[in-house]
Design a protein around this ligand. Sequence first.
Ligand SMILES: C[S@@+](CC[C@H](N)C(=O)[O-])C[C@H]1O[C@@H](n2cnc3c(N)ncnc32)[C@H](O)[C@@H]1O
Length: 245
Amino acid sequence: MVVYLVGAGPGDPDLITLKAVKALKKANVVIYDRLANNEILKYAENADLIYVGKKAGEHYKKQDEINQILIDQGKKHQNVVRLKGGDPFVFGRGGEEMLALLEEGICVEFIPGVTSAIGVPTSSGLPVTHRGIATSLTIVTGHEDPTKPNKQVKWDFKADTIIILMGIGLLEENTKEIMKYKDPKTPVCVIENGTSPDQRIITGTLEDITQNHINTPALVIVGKVVDVFKESLLKKAKLEKVEGK
Ligand SMILES: C[S@@+](CC[C@H](N)C(=O)[O-])C[C@H]1O[C@@H](n2cnc3c(N)ncnc32)[C@H](O)[C@@H]1O
């Protein structure tokens, strides 16, 4: 009787860890979200599959209901996998699920995943830190729970790089807030459907990035590291020209 909280990575099925594959192979049941690439489920050869994913603005199952499903399955089966997109503890509500399971006396084990916050920029060749340019980074939600009595996100971050998850719906409001503390010309990069064949990259600045139509899932990177990325694209294009690609 153990529930594994497992990260599925940001989308590309090859970005799952070996440890996650091993857990899926021995699972009796897998409870999974929308963001986890469905191809990953092929490893769960002997498991029943339970979908509990949520879509933006459309809550298929409430968190309490998901916790209850985990508890029920955890009590019934030897090996349960709770599979989540990216890393289970980065805006994945993995902490709440962990506490709910422990409260019921169910053992929990943790298998980290490649978080989209870092894995998506890295897969695109965008370094989130860079010597002499960015020595710190902040990962923040762009959509704080509207039912919270007090907002925790103030947007006055000191970090050189800001990475915003769930930040597309309120991009205009959030960039306006950031511009109270950072130069409006600060470079911004949006990566849509990162690590998937549909990946799209849009660059701009804090003051003009909202002029683009952006599809979700997408994340937003704010800071001078975006210029490093652009420089690398130029170098890559030059190289490809020389190689005649
Ligand atoms: C609820 S959070 C979950 C994050 C996840 N636990 C992780 O570590 O990546 C979902 C947000 O992650 C970001 N995201 C997840 N997968 C992505 C992808 N493949 N490309 C771009 N952004 C992604 C988006 O900002 C999306 O709104």
